[in-house]
Design a protein around this ligand. Structure first.
Ligand SMILES: Nc1nc2c(c(=O)[nH]1)N[C@H]1C(S)=C(S)[C@@H](COP(=O)(O)O)O[C@H]1N2
Ligand SMILES: [Mo]
Length: 252
């Protein structure tokens, strides 16, 4: 009897372990990563992830190390009329859309994002133009938001659609699911202990701390889960990737 119980418990433990392992494997070997091997800059990404294991955290800093001035870069004020109406009312009627390859498309008001468990992190932002700044960011983890929507098995990328444009071309960015579920990847609505200023991407911006500045999409209106980046705009996964040859995988 006792031997049988032991065996059964052993089997249960092995079963639970198996589940955990297969959950990790699914992410590590997810189509997100495999799909990248088809990308032009695939050489950079595996090398980066060998040097910095994908679970590793970006460095975090103390309050005393925060930059006295954090410059705003790129677009600092979208001129889209719908966005301006939302801004005028403090984004009270605004909602973040989460759609594409999800089980339950969402429209999440700012209050809902603020009511979720929050992560606060003081990190260094590195812009390819050659400047850096250390700032504090707060918001729910992107992974928790995606879990609310529930990903369909074909989902490989999270695409961030922004309210601003360069000329007539909207700003957008994308990351794979490994970065999307990284603990320091958050949807920030607070910066330096205050609501996110307009110039820094109000009402909501991405902070994916393992990536360069241009990946940190500001003015995020919609997150679309896709299986490929090919059908979107220039097909390279981001505004600057499409227009300047910046790498899609901007790991630091
Ligand atoms: N929507 C949007 N996001 C954007 C940009 C932009 O022009 N539009 N510029 C990017 C670049 S190049 C940088 S360095 C950072 C600047 O963020 P900051 O204005 O908070 O400094 O935002 C990134 N995200
Ligand atoms: Mo940048």
């Amino acid at each position: 009897m006792s031997e049988r119980r032991f065996t059964r418990r052993g089997a249960l433990a092995a079963g639970a372990g198996g589940l955990l392992v297969s959950a990790c494997d699914r992410l590590n070997e997810s189509p997100a990563v495999r799909g990248l091997l088809e990308q032009a800059d695939a050489l950079h990404m595996p090398a980066q992830r060998l040097i910095t294991p994908q679970g590793a955290l970006a460095r975090e800093f103390s309050e005393s190390q925060m930059s006295p001035v954090f410059r705003a870069n790129g677009n600092t004020a979208p001129n889209d009329p719908a966005f301006l109406r939302h801004a005028a009312s403090g984004f009270a009627q605004w909602g973040l859309q989460v759609d594409g390859l999800v089980r339950a498309p969402l429209a999440l008001p700012l209050a809902a994002l603020q009511a979720m468990p929050q992560r606060t992190q003081i990190t260094r932002h590195d812009c390819v133009e050659g400047w850096s700044a250390i700032g504090k960011w707060q918001g729910p983890q992107l992974g928790a938001v995606l879990a609310l929507a529930g990903l369909l098995p074909a989902a490989r990328y999270a695409v961030f659609h922004c309210a601003d444009r360069f000329g007539t071309t909207p700003y957008y960015e994308s990351i794979d699911l490994t970065d999307a579920f990284h603990p320091q990847t958050i949807l920030a609505w607070r910066m330096n202990d205050r609501p996110l200023p307009l110039a820094h991407g109000a009402p909501l911006r991405l902070r994916a701390e393992k990536q360069l500045g241009y990946k940190q999409a500001k003015f995020v209106m919609r997150i679309e889960l896709t299986s490929t980046l090919a059908g979107l705009y220039g097909g390279k996964g981001g505004y600057w990737e499409d227009h300047s040859g910046y790498q899609w995988y901007a790991g630091i």
